[in-house]
Structures are given as structure tokens and as C-alpha cells.
Design a protein around this ligand. Structure first.
Ligand SMILES: Cc1cc2nc3c(=O)[nH]c(=O)nc-3n(C[C@H](O)[C@H](O)[C@H](O)COP(=O)(O)OP(=O)(O)OC[C@H]3O[C@@H](n4cnc5c(N)ncnc54)[C@H](O)[C@@H]3O)c2cc1C
Length: 444
């Protein structure tokens, strides 16, 4: 609970990171106010209506190795609402579907020769054994994978997988990215025959947001929604936050959880050097067609597309994991495309996204017909995760403290060795709360 001796802290951004940080700082006795620009908290986790149903705007799964997230869910008394289930992974290659859900299927993957498969397996094994991911930051993910796996496996397997998450930014991403991806892949396949196992929250992430709101309110944390912060300035030994409606609020300190590139625009008092570094951050964005279909697809939770020319990069059949009874028997399908800021898809309207993505999906599943679409919608998110370029953690990643006393940064750009998921952000919030608290105690 709030200790009057301690400081009042503003947290800019009410996504899962800002909310977890609020919880952690209030645990340490700080008075906390979360300033969220949207009408509701949650950011990327805010649900959508699709036809008659409500579900997460993007597909979300939990791994049983997501320790920080599971700890948070336990605290929110939501552990019992997680549904766990085995899932399968498919590959769509040369016009055909192949299951790649366990080691036997992996060894039998028909697209590659036995030598290619051994090199692929060797790449995964070797990369997973590396202890110091920092070493991998010095080399591009492309050259790392080409060198270990050979050109054919790179073109047939790695390139489509890299593009599915990074778009054209794969060219500038460092090899720690694949180290983190493999670590998460191993974590998802912990059981006996290495069967992939995922969980989801029955009531979607809106249950987490709702419980978080209740717990934070019970601890005296204030949530101020609907007014974006437009300015942060040092004032009277603390930080003043100006809101979109012109209101000015005084705090002892402020923490920005919003994308790093936004901060120079909010705080003109930062040094030129800091502004330049923050503006060098590049992010992935995402455009996604969400479909409620009258037919099932292939039964794979994720189908990786290893062919060029598709407008989306994977097919996520959510109802391969989630009970379709929740959707009156319909199949819930997401078709995401991760893009760089300047990708033309960012400028497409919803109708253009739907037309192009649907046409390509029909090409994969010729039995599908327009009449099978019970409902559809397009979702978008900007600044989803940072592109980890060469030497990212030493040359680009922002520090927690800024040159402005009591103005701090805690955001996703401070995860140089992860795959960007809720677990990483909850863990980051725990670390940053401790760091900020230490620094504030140092300032006095
Ligand atoms: C397609 C997709 C699939 C994913 N799948 C998974 C998955 O399977 N498992 C998993 O664990 N994770 C998954 N994730 C990742 C996870 O959803 C995100 O990493 C996480 O939700 C991001 O949280 P955040 O708080 O950092 O950012 P955000 O959710 O973006 O929150 C930032 C908040 O700041 C607010 N804001 C911005 N500027 C201002 C301002 N000036 N003033 C006030 N407020 C401001 C925004 O409105 C927003 O609410 C997925 C993400 C995507 C996009």
C-alpha cells in the first residue's frame, strides 16, 4: 500500500508492461498513476468483436515455461482459467502441407535431403547450446544461419521463417534473434516425445486486464485513460506530464513504457545524443486479417509458409487449440503479416487487406468459398517489437535512466535477447521496478 514517505510515479502507457510495472512499484510502496492514451487499458491485449464473438485481437498463447507470466496469473488468481492443450505445427511448401510437430516428422521432412535435415538439426542444437547470446549480436542472423545450415536449408526453411516474423528487416537483424526463437521453441516442447504444448486464458486476455484493474485499484493505483501524454518536462524537482486535454499533472518521477522513438517528441529536454539514439530504434509492425470461418483448416495451430509471394506469412488456426464450441463451432483464424514502417501494406485499407489475404488463403485451401466467411476484421498494431540490429544491446538499446533526473525508460526495446511475449514483459517490469526504485533511493 502507498507509503506517504515515498514518491508518486507516473507510468506512461497502460499495456501489460505499464500495468505490471504499476503493480511492482506499488509493491515497493510508491504511489502510482498509469496514464493511458486509449479509452481502455491493455494496448495490444485489448480484445475485439468478430461477428458475434469477442476474442484477443491477436493470437496469444502461454508456455508452461513462462514463469513470470504464470506468477502474475497466480497473483491475479487466474491460474485455474488457463486451458492447456497439445498443438501441431505445419509447413506449407511447394503447394503441400507437411506436419513438423515432433522429431520423427522433422527427420522425415520431404522438402530437404537427409544431409540438409542433419545440418538443420545441427544448427538448432548448436545455437541452443550457446551460453553468451551477446556473442551472436555481432553477426547477422542471415550469415549465421547460411553458414551453419547451408544455402538450401536457409532458402527453404530459415528465410521464410525469418520473413514471417521480421519482414525485410531480417537482413539487418542479429543472430541473437534466432537464439531466442530456438530457446522458446524448446520451451514449448518439453513433454515426453517433444510434443508442443500451449495454453490460453479461457476468457481471453480481457480477464487478465479486468483482474489487473481490480487488483491495482485495490492497491490505490490510479488509472487515467483516454488522454495521451503529449509532453513530459522536468519541473520542481520532479516530472510534469501534460495530457492531450491540456491538463498538467505533477509527479516525483515518470516512467515511459511507450515506444522509444516517441520519447524525443515528448521530452524536448533530453540531450541531442539521447534523441539520436532513441530515433535509431526500428520496430516491427503488424497487419492481420482475422476470420471466423464455417470450415476447419488443416488442424495446425501454426502453419509456416515457406513459399514466396504470400501477403501473409503464417496461418494461425486458433481453434486448433481453443475449443471451437466457444465460437458456435466456427474456426477462428489469424493471418498476420509483420512489416517494416515503410512497407506498402501499412498503407492498405481494410478492404485491400481482406481481398489480398483471402485470395491467398483460398489458394492454399481450394475448398474454401466466400460463403465460408462468417465474419472478418482487420487488426493492426504499430511498434510491436524492436528490430535487434548488430551490436544492439551496446549501441542502440536505451538505458533505464535518462539525462533528466527522475525520468525513466522501461519498454520492449530493452529486451535484446527475447522473442517479445507477455512473459518477457512481465519479467522486464519486475527488473525495471527494482532498478528504478534503487535509483530513486539513490537520488533521495
Ligand atoms: C500478432 C501478435 C501475436 C502475439 N502473440 C503472442 C503470444 O502468443 N504470446 C505472448 O506472450 N505474446 C504475444 N504477443 C506479444 C504481446 O502481445 C506484446 O508484446 C505485449 O502485449 C506488448 O505490451 P506493451 O505494454 O509493451 O505494449 P502495448 O500493448 O503496445 O502498450 C503500450 C500502451 O501505451 C499506450 N501509449 C502509447 N503512447 C502513449 C502516450 N503518449 N500516452 C499515453 N499512453 C500511450 C498505448 O495506447 C498502449 O496502450 C503477440 C503480439 C502480436 C502483435
Amino acid at each position: 500500500m502507498t507509503n506517504p514517505e515515498k514518491k508518486n510515479i507516473a507510468i506512461v502507457g497502460g499495456g501489460i508492461l505499464g500495468l505490471s510495472l504499476a503493480l511492482n512499484l506499488s509493491d515497493r510502496g510508491y504511489g502510482v498513476t498509469v496514464l493511458e492514451g486509449d479509452e481502455q487499458i491493455g494496448g495490444i491485449l485489448v480484445p475485439i468483436r468478430i461477428g458475434e464473438h469477442t476474442w484477443d485481437r491477436f493470437y496469444h498463447v502461454i508456455l508452461n515455461s513462462d514463469r513470470a507470466l504464470l506468477g502474475l496469473l497466480e497473483r491475479l488468481n487466474l491460474l485455474q482459467e488457463i486451458q492447456w492443450g497439445p498443438t501441431r505445427t505445419g509447413f506449407y511448401t511447394d503447394g503441400r502441407f507437411h506436419s513438423m510437430s515432433n522429431i520423427i516428422e522433422f527427420l522425415r521432412f520431404p522438402v530437404l535431403s537427409l544431409l540438409d535435415i542433419l545440418r538443420l538439426g545441427g544448427t538448432i542444437f548448436l545455437t541452443s547450446r550457446i551460453k553468451s547470446w551477446q556473442r551472436l549480436e555481432k553477426v547477422s542472423v542471415e550469415s549465421w544461419l547460411r553458414r551453419l545450415s547451408g544455402p538450401r536449408t536457409f532458402e527453404k526453411i530459415w528465410l521464410p521463417l525469418l520473413k514471417s516474423k521480421l519482414g525485410e528487416n531480417y537482413r539487418i537483424t542479429n543472430a541473437a534473434f534466432i537464439w531466442a526463437t530456438i530457446a522458446r521453441m524448446y520451451a514449448a516442447r518439453r513433454t515426453g516425445i517433444k510434443q508442443e504444448m500451449f495454453g490460453y486464458i479461457g476468457g481471453t486476455y480481457s480477464r487478465v486486464l479486468q483482474r489487473m484493474q481490480e487488483v491495482l485499484a485495490g492497491r490505490g493505483v490510479k488509472l487515467l485513460c483516454g488522454h495521451p501524454v503529449t509532453r513530459l518536462r522536468p519541473k520542481g524537482g520532479g516530472i510534469e506530464a501534460e495530457l492531450g486535454d491540456g491538463r498538467r499533472l505533477a509527479f516525483d518521477a515518470a516512467v515511459c513504457t511507450t515506444p522509444g522513438g516517441e520519447l524525443p517528441g515528448l521530452c524536448s529536454e533530453l540531450t541531442e545524443q539521447e534523441k539520436v539514439r532513441l530515433r535509431r530504434l526500428q520496430y516491427e509492425h503488424v497487419v492481420c486479417l482475422v476470420l471466423m470461418l464455417r470450415k476447419k483448416l488443416g488442424g495446425y495451430y501454426i502453419t509456416n509458409i515457406t513459399e514466396a509471394g504470400f501477403p501473409f506469412t503464417t496461418v494461425i488456426e486458433m481453434t486448433a487449440l481453443v475449443d471451437s464450441g466457444l465460437f458456435d463451432g466456427y474456426s477462428l483464424v489469424y493471418l498476420p503479416r509483420y512489416v517494416a514502417e515503410d512497407d506498402p501494406v501499412m498503407g492498405w485499407d481494410d478492404a485491400a487487406v481482406k481481398e489480398s489475404f483471402w485470395k491467398a488463403l483460398k489458394g492454399m485451401y481450394p475448398d474454401l468459398d466466400e460463403i465460408d466467411i462468417a465474419a472478418s476484421t482487420v487488426t493492426r498494431a504499430r511498434f510491436v517489437f524492436p528490430v535487434t540490429t548488430l551490436n544492439y544491446s551496446t549501441e542502440i538499446m536505451p538505458d533505464t535512466a535518462t539525462s533528466i533526473s527522475r525520468l525513466f525508460i522501461a519498454n520492449s526495446s530493452q529486451i535484446p535477447n527475447g522473442t517479445m511475449n507477455v512473459n518477457e514483459l512481465v519479467a522486464l517490469a519486475e527488473r525495471k521496478a527494482q532498478e528504478i526504485s534503487n535509483q530513486l533511493q539513490g537520488i533521495g
